[in-house]
Design a protein around this ligand. Structure first.
Ligand code: PLP
Ligand code: TYF
Length: 396
């Protein structure tokens, strides 16, 4: 039965890590995958997470099945974080939240449910977007197109073109939006632009699917939720996927959530019953550990403060690396000021695929062939090597 099976293409980003791991050069740097490393180049275990894990281990909880929708305390903590605990949507019972297997799992459950809800709709992702967005919605059976987003000339957003794309969509089209820290470009919308996007989505009867994988990495927990606040005030119904892979450094625990905003509490009950049906036929119910840890951190005032401080530390370190890279490249005569304007983990540098290839071959520096680099992998020890190497490959 397997004789005719072809080799599937590698994930373009995760494949870089495989090549990086096989490289024996000691000065190698992996700017490919979107993972936050500390200044020692290590994946952090946050102190707030450590404390919550120790308490959980000491309590030695039994490992029964979770409810299909996951841990209630977790789902509520996620709602408070994403929508704000005083949100009228929460008070009205208009939001359902289920624990999901990372942000990817949330997108997958949301996509499968949408396919049942609006089977003929077309899905649009930003041009460019996280590669898995397309694959996830295509595998749910949707046709996936793109909306204009990135402007290579300004290394920012071509907002006029984005609006034109949105305005041209048919009713019920699903629009996947990055809440903040756009992956891969680092170019985000302004608050005023978000307001316009919400208005177009409402006027054209589009369905927003907001992907929030980096809450807290641009400006802070609240500031990064500006799109959520504007959508909340719109009266629309929409989808939100959240991920705690980055913000809690819990990548492998697969902690995320899918939230859906409905028109009423009564509608919420019906929608939740359908989403649970999708979950049941995928993995039945989510694992216990990661969600319990995030819930414990978010519901303890001390651990929550500690986590916010640690998250701010990650955010500020990335910003410092952005500014340092701009300065070091300036010393080489290159204007990379846009790197300090872009937000989150990533920057679209404008480096060509050939230049990225040279970075790898000659300097042991791995980046995505599109020119995307992960700033969160820079540190005070590798940044000179990276800046010097970029300056070298920019020489004709
Ligand atoms: N959405 C975006 C925009 C991402 O960059 C990522 C990165 O991993 C995800 C979703 C997936 O999140 P997770 O790793 O929690 O599945
Ligand atoms: O874009 C990134 O690098 C992260 C990590 O299939 C990632 O979002 C990359 C590819 C993938 C899953 C996660």
């Amino acid at each position: 039965i397997f004789a005719a099976v072809e080799m599937a293409p590698r994930d373009p980003i995760l494949g870089i890590t495989e090549a990086f791991n096989a490289d024996s050069r000691t000065h190698k740097v992996n700017l490919g995958v979107g993972v936050y490393y500390d200044d020692n180049g290590k994946l952090p275990l946050l102190a707030a997470v450590k404390a919550a894990e120790k308490a959980r281990l000491d309590a030695m909880p039994a490992r029964g099945y979770q409810p299909i929708e996951g841990l209630a305390a977790y789902n509520q903590a996620v709602q408070n974080l994403v929508f704000g605990k005083d949100s009228p949507l929460l008070a009205n019972g208009q939001v359902i939240t289920i624990e999901a297997l990372g942000g990817t799992g949330a997108l997958k459950i949301g996509a499968d449910y949408l396919k049942r809800l609006v089977p003929g709709a077309k899905v649009y992702i930003s041009d460019p977007s996280w590669e898995n967005h397309r694959a996830l919605f295509e595998s749910a059976g949707f046709e996936v197109g793109t909306y204009a987003y990135y402007d290579a000339a300004t290394r920012g957003v071509n907002f006029a073109a984005m609006k034109a794309s949105l305005n041209a969509m048919a009713p019920n089209a699903v629009v996947v939006l990055h809440a903040c820290c756009h992956n891969p470009t680092g170019a985000d919308l302004t608050d005023a632009q978000w307001q316009e996007v919400v208005q177009i989505i409402k006027a054209k009867n589009l369905i927003a699917f907001i992907d929030m994988a980096y809450q807290g990495f641009a400006e802070g927990i609240d500031a990064d939720a500006v799109a959520l606040k504007l959508f909340a005030a719109s009266g629309l119904q929409y989808f939100v996927s959240s991920s705690f892979s980055k913000s809690f450094s819990l990548y492998g625990e697969r902690v995320g959530a899918l939230s859906i905003v409905t028109a009423s509490k009564e509608e919420s009950a019906r929608v939740l019953s359908q989403v649970k049906r999708v979950v049941r036929t995928n993995y039945s119910n989510p694992p216990t550990h990661g969600g319990a840890i995030v819930a414990a951190v978010l519901s303890s005032p001390e651990l929550r403060q500690q986590w916010e401080d640690e998250l701010a530390g990650m955010r500020e370190r990335i910003r410092a690396m952005r500014i340092a890279l701009v300065e070091k490249l300036k010393a080489h005569g290159h204007d990379f000021a846009f790197v300090a304007q872009q937000r989150g983990m990533f920057s679209y540098t404008g480096l060509t695929a050939q230049q990225v290839e040279r970075l790898k071959d000659e300097f042991g520096i791995y980046a995505v062939s599109t020119g995307r680099i992960c700033l969160a992998a820079l540190n005070t020890r590798n940044i000179d090597h990276v800046a010097d190497a970029i300056a070298q490959v920019l020489k004709a």
